[in-house]
Design a protein around this ligand. Sequence first.
Ligand SMILES: Nc1nc2c(c(=O)[nH]1)N[C@H]1C(S)=C(S)[C@@H](COP(=O)(O)O)O[C@H]1N2
Ligand SMILES: [Mo]
Length: 384
Amino acid sequence: MPAPPTEAHFPSRLRSAAVAARVGLWLGVCFGIAFLTGLISHYAQNHSQPIPFPTSPVWGYRVTQGLHVAAGTAAVPLLLVKLWTVYPRLFIRPPREARKLAVEALERASIGVLVAGAVFQLVTGLMNSSQWYPWGFSFRTTHYAVGWVTIGAMVVHVAVKLPIIRRALTGDVEDTSQDRPTATRHGVLTRRGLLRTTWGAAGVAVLATAGSTVPFLRGVSIFGVRSGEGPAGVPINRSASAAGVTASAVSSGFRLTLAYAGTETELTRQDLLDLPQATESLPIACVEGWSASATWTGVRVRDLLDRIDAPRGRDVVVTSLQQRGAFGVTLLQSNFADDDRTLLALGLNGDTLAIDHGFPCRLIAPDRPGVLQTKWVTRLEVQA
Ligand SMILES: Nc1nc2c(c(=O)[nH]1)N[C@H]1C(S)=C(S)[C@@H](COP(=O)(O)O)O[C@H]1N2
Ligand SMILES: [Mo]
């Protein structure tokens, strides 16, 4: 069996604390942004919100979720370079003395958790934003839990390495005072060259996806998952046929039921069209990072609730024609239900709402995760 490599097998002087600390700094910034915006997104999707998620600014969630996905995307090349620069440290002989060995073992374990968590977050996040869900677990719960573990391990890692990070960042990149003794071989790239290439790769990764959020970047956004295709120029997340609602959505038997305190009122789509119409410009902002602004026309949800004498300050359960999947029933918190800009939309960008956008009617509310903008709505039930 060949002997495992020792650190002497990794002579490149690019693999240095000077490079690792600089890449690590930006990696930390990206993970910090992704963590904070992730907390916001998770909270926005919670049923119970002791502090109501704000309905203004209307583009708030669009920006935080766009940042979340952009930061995660930029972190991919940064993490790869970071791991490459520090990888030889795995093969450093562990210390003999018991106390030092224990400290070293703890530190390596925390790095193990950090690396595993970081890779898991980036891989599952990217898979989610390309709508590929081959796993059996709940993405949101798992991504959220592993987010805490990863950020915790990152804080420990930074605290342990702080003296090294400080020295590495204050010195020149080409300074060799903290290098492993065997890391002396010059290659084609200087350290500055490697850093520039890394920043470039992160920038390209972000540009290639950010077009899903920033309209003028669409042209360069080759990896942007949803960009501008779809009826009325707005992307489609799940089509009517994928949701299994094609027949019920176009059926003449369609009714919207309004329910409160044991009384129910049924409205046809024509009834809805005969009510006073409102127009609002509100974005769809998907958790996957893409977003699009659009002009919606329809009936204010508050007007509908007034028709059944529902008081203000009540949450509303929104039910879709969609029978399968997790998005068929959602909770519209009272501050969203009472906001004048929240519509049951019948039209989009001047056209009749396309079936894939939620015909006969769909919910659209300001500053709300796309996943809660329920399509093919058939029932609004005011909670007691
Ligand atoms: N009934 C139902 N509503 C739904 C969905 C769904 O799968 N089923 N997808 C949601 C998600 S994740 C998003 S981002 C938006 C997208 O709306 P659009 O397809 O009209 O762009 O619809 C939301 N409403
Ligand atoms: Mo979404």
